[in-house]
Design a protein around this ligand. Structure first.
Ligand code: MTE
Ligand code: MO
Length: 377
């Protein structure tokens, strides 16, 4: 029942929508640990939460593979057929920090789809399962130059009067390098229902939207999926595009997450009594196969940047965020604009202002995060 699903999550999750269940954990708890507790992992749902009997469930693999097959969970978990793979991976929703773009200009304003996320639509877990590449190889490999893999989630949702399954795709080149996992375990526990029980996709470094939950069907195809979620959502539009002139062809499909960061402490509008320094803390992340190498903060709106000491950053993993903290020297009284930005290992950094990268569908708010505080000496 729904109440047992709700028990999978902490009671104080911040629900950014009433229905479906979409929630992020309180920030302080989010950055306390490198791996997020399952109860605190953010949840992003387009519709309801299916109730799937794992014993009757099968994974249907077909399309442009040599030998289409249906596999049970027991077969997928049989280590004599498939070696197990475990990875620490950060999932980030492309809507993270959307609230800042809404404040700048509301854009689409379709709040049913565009949940007003703050800094918590990101979490990290150790996912265990099997590399999708191994499963495709088990089916004899791809035929006919297939170049994309389509995933079907068992949930249904409504958009503009129609009912859809949750269907998206990823390119084969992502699967080929073992960066697409079919996972049944989250931090050593069976996958909770709300996170996709019995099996979900975890795509390393891509927007969370490609990591399909309640997976029941896989198809090898030519070109990306033409299902509505793949074709019409998660598009990055140019600044000239808005509600009046939006066409799907004006946007490009978002896959890799760019480098981003957020300040969790202090919070916007905090009053802080200090004696020479203010403690700042938060997270930094980069997708697309990159990782954070340096975090910088500013107490003056971004003129002078201080490097967070390396020892104040959590361990580096290839596919995960890093938490950080710093005591920033402060001598002024009054309003200060605290900022954070991250550099990744490919020397990418973040746009300066929210308006530098505003886009109509309000995705990927990755500009330097700005927090105004009142400092009292
Ligand atoms: N898979 C299905 N079947 N249905 C969904 O609504 N939402 C996607 C993705 N997979 C979704 C889904 C989005 S947009 C995100 S950000 C991630 O799941 C969130 O995963 P989580 O809820 O486990 O944190
Ligand atoms: Mo998302």
């Amino acid at each position: 029942s729904w109440s047992t699903v709700l028990k999978e999550k902490s009671e104080d999750m911040i629900h950014v929508l009433q229905f479906p269940y979409n929630g992020e954990p309180p920030g302080d708890r989010l950055i306390k640990t490198k791996l997020t507790n399952n109860k605190d992992h953010f949840v992003r749902n387009h519709g309801g939460v299916p109730d799937i009997d794992a014993d009757k469930w099968t994974l249907d693999i077909g399309g442009l593979v040599k030998n289409p097959q249906k596999l049970t969970l027991a077969q997928l978990q049989d280590e004599s057929i498939f070696p197990r793979q475990s990875n620490i991976v950060t999932l980030q929703c492309s809507g993270t920090r959307r609230i800042e773009q809404i404040h700048e200009y509301p854009g689409d304003g379709d709040e049913l789809i565009n949940a007003p996320w703050c800094e918590g639509a990101i979490s990290t877990a150790r996912w265990t399962g099997v590399s999708l590449k191994k499963v495709i190889k088990h089916c004899g490999g791809l035929v006919d130059n297939a170049d994309n893999i389509e995933f079907f989630g068992a949930d249904t949702y409504f958009k503009k009067g129609n009912v859809h399954n949750y269907i998206v795709s990823v390119p084969w080149r992502k699967v080929k390098v073992h960066e697409v996992l079919l996972a049944w375990e989250m931090n050593g526990e069976p996958l909770p229902r709300i996170h996709g029980h019995p099996l979900r996709v975890v795509v390393f470094g891509y927007i969370g939207a490609r990591s399909v939950k309640w997976l029941y069907k896989i198809r090898a195809i030519h070109r990306p999926s033409t299902a509505p979620v793949q074709l019409k959502e998660y598009l990055y539009y140019s600044p000239q595009i808005g509600k009046q002139n939006a066409q799907y062809s004006n946007g490009f499909s978002i896959q890799d997450m760019p480098v981003s960061s957020a300040m969790i402490t202090p919070k916007n509008m905090d009053q802080i009594i200090h004696s020479g320094h203010i403690r700042l803390a938060g997270w930094a992340y980069s997708g697309g196969g990159h990782w954070p190498v340096r975090v910088e903060v500013s107490g003056d709106g971004g003129s002078i940047w201080y490097e967070v000491p390396a020892e104040n950053m959590s361990t580096k993993y290839f596919y995960a965020w890093r938490t950080w903290w710093i005591d920033l020297p402060v001598d002024a009284e009054g309003w200060l604009e605290m900022c954070v930005r991250c550099w990744d290992n490919a020397m990418n950094t973040q746009p300066t202002f929210v308006r530098s990268a505003w886009n109509w569908d309000l995705h990927v708010t990755s500009s330097a995060h700005r927090v105004k505080v009142y400092s009292i000496n």
